[in-house]
Design a protein around this ligand. Structure first.
Ligand SMILES: [Zn+2]
Length: 330
C-alpha cells in the first residue's frame, strides 16, 4: 500500500516536472518556463506567452494561434485552476492574437493599444468569413494602462511605430519582469512590420524607453526567443543602431539594395553570434534596413530640395524689392 502511494506521488511529481520544465504537448510542443514564483513564459508555435499566476487569477500576455488553444489551456491548468481574467495583446499579428476568440468565449477580457483593434478590424473586413468578431480587444488605450492584480502593479505602455503601430510592453513592477512583444527578438534579427506602421527608429526608441523603465536585474520575456536580461536588450539596441549606421554609410556612397544585401561583412560579428539563424535572415534584415534608410534619406533630400526652392524664391523677392526701391530713387 505504502509503496503504491509513494509510486503515485512520484508519478505526480514527474508529471509536474514534465509540465513545468519540458515539452508538454506533442502537437504544439509547448514549453512552460518558470521566470519567478508567479510568472511563467509559455513557448510554443508563435510568439512567447507571458503568464502571471496568483490569488486573483491568471493574467496573460498574447495567445499564439487558435489551433494551439487547447494545449495552452492545459498548460495553464497544470499550474492554476483559476480562469484567465485578463489578456493583453502586445500587437495585432496572428501569432500573438490567434486564440483571442477562444479566450473571449471563456470570459477573458482582452486589452490592447487602440491601433491593434483597428488593424484587427481591417483584417475582419478584408476576410469576413475567416476571422470571428470575438478576436477584437474590448478595452483599448492610447498610451498606457495599469493593472492592480496578483498583488502587484502591472504597467502596460505603448511604444510608437516600433514593430507595428500598436505595440505595447508589459512590466510587472514587483516581480521585475518585462514582456517586450516583438520589439525585441532575443539574439536574432527582428522582423519590423513597416507595412503596418513599424519602423527601425521606432524600434530603437521603443527599446530605449524599455531600458528606462526596467533595471539591470529585470528578467525579460521577448516576443520570440529565450528569456533575456537587461544586457541582452541593450545588445539588441546596439546591434540595430550599428547596422543602421553601416547601411546608411553605404547608401550615401551610392550602393544599391542588391549590393548591400550581399555585404556579409556588415553583419559578420552578429551572424557569428547566430543573429541570422532566426525567422529573419541576414539578407532580409539588410534589405529591410536599406529600405528604412532610403525612406529616411529621401525625406531629408526632399526637404533639402524644398529648402533650396524656398531660398531661391526669397532671393527673387529681395531682388524685386531692391529693384523697386531703386526705381523709386531714380
Ligand atoms: Zn509580430
Amino acid at each position: 500500500m505504502l509503496s503504491k502511494l509513494i509510486f503515485s506521488a512520484l508519478l505526480l511529481l514527474s508529471v509536474f516536472t514534465v509540465y513545468s520544465q519540458t515539452d508538454t504537448g506533442a502537437k504544439f510542443n509547448t514549453k512552460l518556463i518558470k521566470v519567478n514564483n508567479m510568472i511563467y513564459m509559455l513557448q510554443g508555435k508563435g510568439g512567447n506567452i507571458g503568464l502571471s499566476f496568483g490569488p486573483d487569477g491568471v493574467f496573460m500576455i498574447d495567445d499564439q494561434y487558435a489551433e494551439g488553444f487547447e494545449q495552452i489551456q492545459k498548460d495553464i491548468k497544470s499550474i492554476s485552476n483559476k480562469p484567465v481574467q485578463f489578456l493583453v495583446n502586445t500587437h495585432f499579428h496572428g501569432d500573438h492574437t490567434g486564440a483571442n476568440a477562444a479566450l473571449a468565449e471563456t470570459g477573458t477580457i482582452i486589452f490592447s493599444q487602440e491601433n491593434v483593434r483597428t488593424r484587427l478590424m481591417e483584417m475582419i473586413t478584408a476576410e469576413k468569413t475567416k476571422i470571428p468578431q470575438e478576436i477584437l480587444p474590448v478595452i483599448t488605450f492610447s498610451e498606457d494602462l495599469t493593472f492592480h492584480f496578483n498583488g502587484e502593479k502591472i504597467y502596460v505602455f505603448h511604444v510608437h511605430n516600433a514593430h507595428t503601430d500598436g505595440d505595447a510592453m508589459v512590466y510587472f513592477t514587483n516581480s521585475n519582469v518585462l514582456h517586450t512583444g516583438d520589439v525585441f527578438f532575443n539574439g536574432k534579427y527582428p522582423y519590423i512590420d513597416t507595412e503596418n506602421g513599424g519602423s527601425l527608429n521606432g524600434s530603437l526608441a521603443g527599446i530605449e524607453k524599455a531600458l528606462l523603465v526596467i533595471n539591470e536585474d529585470t528578467k525579460i520575456m521577448p516576443g520570440h526567443g529565450n528569456v533575456g536580461t537587461y544586457k541582452d536588450l541593450q545588445n539588441a539596441a546596439n546591434m540595430l543602431s550599428i547596422l543602421y549606421k553601416r547601411v546608411t554609410m553605404n547608401y550615401i556612397n551610392k550602393k544599391t539594395e542588391e549590393e548591400v544585401a550581399k555585404m556579409t561583412d556588415l553583419t559578420l560579428e552578429y551572424d557569428k553570434q547566430g543573429y541570422g539563424s532566426g525567422f529573419i535572415s541576414t539578407e532580409a534584415f539588410l534589405r529591410m534596413l536599406y529600405k528604412e534608410v532610403e525612406k529616411e534619406r529621401s525625406d531629408i533630400d526632399g526637404n533639402a530640395a524644398k529648402n533650396q526652392k524656398a531660398r531661391e524664391k526669397l532671393e527673387q523677392m529681395q531682388k524685386e524689392n531692391n529693384d523697386s526701391k531703386k526705381e523709386k530713387k531714380d
